[in-house]
Write a protein of this length. Structure first.
Length: 267
């Protein structure tokens, strides 16, 4: 959900979801307690904060002054799960939501109007949750994209089947000018927008697994300088470490939301 929407009187050029349709355009955490969430991610990832234009329940996370992610403190009010969710840019939120339902997915919230756009929270037919956004992107969106503070991976039952679902909903590989490209590389689906890898889809998740880390889900990864330090900080501030390798750790925050920290690689 676009937490930091520009006003029409702003002086900066505003990029629309129509220009980058199908691509991930934001990541958002649904939280119960905004203050506690700020403290946790400030300690673990070193984030700073600024208010968002949507109101007191919303915050923008910053790294070196650039936006990284959003917090929406609405989990209790809207009876939503505490979780990290990727949002995809679309031409029409209503049309994309209808396509999801036609393909046996579900709608959790929306589409709802959040001027200057529309948003919805959806789930694919295997239960993985994602969001869509139609309208202006936040003012520093190009900075966010170019810095690549985060990337997303779908762990799902069948990567090929999921690629068909999302391709039909989000106009991937549609042949329209500016659409995302889909490639099959090493047994996984790789999504590219304007030549850049923006998402991956991997097979192997179990649809009815009791462990939420094994069920189909979108995993949000954040690049960090020190994976081990992030894991220690998470445990010290009420979170937990679900798994850890040399350059990556899957963490759970104080409220139960799962995310991954990945060592930043020089390019």
């Amino acid at each position: 959900m676009n937490h930091d929407m520009p006003t029409s009187s702003g002086t900066k050029d505003v990029l629309s979801s129509h220009s980058v349709f199908g691509a991930p355009c934001w990541v958002s955490l649904t939280s119960r307690d905004v203050k506690a969430t700020e403290e946790f991610y400030g300690a673990v990832l070193g984030w700073q904060w600024r208010p968002a234009k949507l109101g007191d329940r919303f915050r923008i996370a910053l790294v070196d002054g650039s936006p990284v992610a959003g917090i929406a403190g609405v989990a209790t009010m809207w009876q939503m799960a505490v979780a990290w969710t990727p949002y995809f840019a679309v031409r029409s939120a209503d049309e994309a939501a209808a396509r999801v339902q036609e393909r046996m997915g579900t709608t959790a919230v929306g589409p709802i109007s959040l001027p200057p756009g529309r948003a919805a929270l959806l789930a694919d037919r295997d239960g993985a949750t994602f969001g869509i956004w139609e309208g202006d992107l936040f003012t520093d969106w190009e900075t966010w994209r170019n810095a690549q503070p985060a990337f997303i991976t779908l762990h799902t039952r069948d990567a090929f089947d999921a690629a068909i679902f999302y391709g039909e909903v989000l106009d991937w590989a549609s042949g329209r000018p500016g659409c995302c490209e889909v490639h099959y590389e090493g047994g996984e689906v790789v999504l590219r927008s304007r030549g850049d890898v923006v998402a991956r889809i991997e097979s192997g998740a179990l649809e009815a697994a009791p462990d939420p880390t094994i069920r189909p889900h979108w995993q949000v990864h954040f690049f960090v300088e020190d994976v081990e330090a992030c894991a220690r900080a998470a445990e010290l501030h009420g979170g937990s470490v679900l798994s850890k390798g040399g350059d990556e750790a899957v963490l759970r925050d104080h409220d139960g939301a799962q995310f991954t920290v990945t060592a930043r690689r020089d390019t």
